[in-house]
Design a protein around this ligand. Structure first.
Ligand code: PAF
Length: 280
């Protein structure tokens, strides 16, 4: 496995693979890799001839310095995970390579980037869109892999791929969960044992709502209220619960099969997100 800090090296590696007729799968990450990332890499390896991953904690997508500073950094074990998952090349630039002095451009995403997560975390999705566009321009992947846990992010990335004519297919891979249902997230390591236990209220709320929907409840406000209630009872601070169309996240008063319920909640200062597709 090659590790590179330089875009030019990544480009020439990928170009020579492409000359040999190989397809390229790409898994962009911010490191602190867990089994969810590994699943994305393995899926890329099943579907593409060659897998490229990136590890870069992107300062532009953090609206809060403390959140950025506390983001876990585990490069050695991340590289081990990539190697074990069959990654051929890891692009791990530093901040000054990604954003050299004088850098002054942004990819600004419209409505889909300004609601829900985008409303709570100002500029977050412009930061995601900017770094993903840069990464896609360097790697030019055939297929890029994203986890369903960051549901809104997958729509933002699909938006820029369509709007900016990027030649990459976006593959969304189901969320990987702990045995008690908690979605894997790099932020979970910041939960102490009590907070970790309380965080299970998030998947519990999703399961309860899925059950209500299965029993015929269609009123979005009732589904949202029940999910909030479960999380508040567990001592979580709920940022939002939204039942929305899965294609554009427009809220829907009457839920239907294929709609999504999205949750963001704070457990002891750790912000967690999760979601479920209704009726699946
Ligand atoms: O999902 C993430 O880890 C990040 O938002 C991404 C896509 C790697 C961009 O920094």
């Amino acid at each position: 496995m090659i590790t590179s800090h330089l875009p030019i090296e990544v480009r020439s590696f990928v170009e020579s693979a492409r000359r040999e007729g190989k397809s390229v799968g790409f898994v962009p990450t911010m490191g602190a890799l867990h089994a969810g990332h590994r699943t994305l890499m393995e899926r890329a390896g099943e579907e593409c001839d060659l897998v490229v991953a990136s590890i870069f904690v992107n300062p532009m997508q953090f609206d809060n310095q403390e959140d950025l500073d506390s983001y876990p950094s585990t490069l050695d074990s991340d590289l081990r995970t990539c190697r074990e998952a069959g990654v051929a090349l890891v692009y791990a630039p530093n901040a000054s390579t990604m954003y050299p002095a004088g850098f002054d451009s942004r990819v600004v995403v419209g409505r889909i980037g300004s609601i829900l997560e985008g409303r709570s975390r100002a500029g977050h999705y412009d930061g995601v869109a900017t770094v993903v566009t840069k990464l896609f321009n360097i790697v030019v992947p055939d297929v890029a892999y994203f986890g369903q846990k960051d549901f809104q992010q997958t729509l933002v990335v699909n938006r820029i791929v369509t709007d900016l004519d990027l030649p990459t297919v976006i593959r969304v891979v189901p969320t990987v969960r702990e045995s008690d249902g908690l979605a894997l997230s790099s932020r979970n390591v910041r939960l102490d044992p009590t907070a970790r236990q309380r965080a299970v209220a998030i998947p519990r709320a999703l399961t309860e709502v899925a059950g209500m929907f299965g029993r015929g409840e269609r009123e979005a406000s009732k589904l949202e209220a029940r999910a909030s209630e479960i999380m508040v009872e567990a001592g979580l601070s709920v940022d939002y619960v939204s039942v929305a169309h899965s294609g554009d996240l427009r809220p829907t008063p009457i839920a239907a099969v294929g709609d999504v319920i999205l949750i963001a909640a704070i457990v002891d200062e750790v912000r967690l997100i999760d979601n479920a597709i209704l009726g699946r």
